[in-house]
Design a protein around this ligand. Structure first.
Ligand code: TRP
Length: 336
């Protein structure tokens, strides 16, 4: 990254190591990130500190964070082009989050949709972290002078708050943070649940048949596609009143690069069983190289650790500059 021209805008995104990385995440987000790596200075964080806002089993959590990291790499995020690291390895995130807390109003946090949803879901654990989640996310973004943040609809409100905090700070002192914009991906089809094709495929769906992981074994993928909810017709057509079949068509098209029209022409009257079998196979084949690379990486923990370390060091070099500037501006005493 140091060798790249600094005038490339910075893109930052984070993913919480919870649930599974689904084929929906891949089609909707990761595949776009791969294309952005050459035109931007991209930074991707495993948002492990954010994941702590709900209770985690320590051993599972540690394993899942490393698994997510390996999956990022297996997908083709390239440590030579992008910074890929664990949020918790760069202490500046929590340091800046504390400072930004003092520039954020409680009312702004209590009205966040995600806070309300998660509080309702985890009533026995409405902790400070849950309330403070958007401030930590603002710190993630602002630390790197991020220009663009590719976010889904559910994170737009958090990005808006990050912008508000940045503007507030810049106005009180002087321009310190780049005010980030949302990056709306050009393509990236939306993939729906295989069990309820009117809701988005979720990485933490409690129904294991609803979502497919990018590293899932072939048998399990085939089983889930065979069970995918469709409708009581028999024709394969892309129609609003056929959300299940339309979702399968989208997936098939994304996996093979074929147009939906072309696929409909071939499968229109072949029946759902044949069609689902073909969709499942396209997913198995498309993710085979990623699955194999993932397995290889997970057998080389030393390599994964060295990439994580290098990522954290590169990230920290940027983060450190921002935090030093912030501390100076607000009047903290520098230790010289
Ligand atoms: N909150 C985001 C999510 O759940 C993950 C995230 C953490 C993030 N830090 C970020 C996304 C910074 C974009 C930028 O999806």
């Amino acid at each position: 990254m140091e060798n790249q021209p600094i005038n490339k805008p910075i893109i930052y995104s984070g993913i919480q190591p919870t649930g599974i990385i689904t084929i929906g995440n891949y089609i909707g987000a990761i595949s776009n990130w791969l294309k952005l790596q050459d035109d931007y200075n991209s930074i991707y964080g495993i948002a492990d500190l954010h994941a702590l806002t709900v209770r985690q089993n320590p051993a599972e959590f540690r394993a899942r964070a490393m698994s997510f990291f390996a999956q990022y790499l297996a997908c083709g995020l390239d440590p030579a082009k992008s910074i890929i690291y664990f949020q918790s390895h760069v202490k500046e995130h929590t340091e800046l989050a504390w400072i930004l807390n003092c520039y954020t109003y409680i009312g702004e946090m209590t009205r966040m949709t995600q806070f309300k949803d998660k509080s309702a879901k985890h009533q026995d654990n409405i902790n400070m972290g849950l309330l403070d989640y958007p401030v930590l996310m603002a710190a993630d973004i602002l630390l790197y002078q991020t220009a663009l943040v590719p976010v889904g609809a559910d994170q737009k409100q958090h990005l808006e708050i990050a912008r508000d905090i940045a503007n507030r700070f810049n106005n009180i002192y002087s321009p310190t943070f780049v005010v980030p914009e949302g990056y709306i991906a050009k393509q990236g089809a939306k993939i729906y649940s295989l069990q309820d094709p009117t809701s988005k495929m979720s990485k933490s769906d409690p129904d294991a048949n609803a979502a497919v992981s990018i590293i899932e074994d072939a048998d399990s993928i085939m089983r889930k596609f065979k069970r995918a909810v469709t409708d009581c017709e028999t024709v394969v057509e892309y129609r609003e009143d056929k959300p299940g079949v339309s979702n399968l068509l989208t997936i098939f098209s994304e996996m093979t690069g074929r147009t939906i029209e072309d696929i409909v022409n071939e499968y229109h009257d072949k029946g759902y069983a044949t069609f689902k079998q073909a969709v499942g196979e396209s997913v198995v084949e498309r993710f085979r190289p990623i699955r194999e690379e993932y397995n290889r990486l997970m057998n080389d923990k030393g390599y994964l650790m060295s990439v994580a370390k290098e990522g954290a060091e590169k990230a920290q070099r940027i983060a450190y500059k921002t935090i030093a500037k912030v501390k100076r501006k607000i009047g903290l005493t520098e230790l010289k």
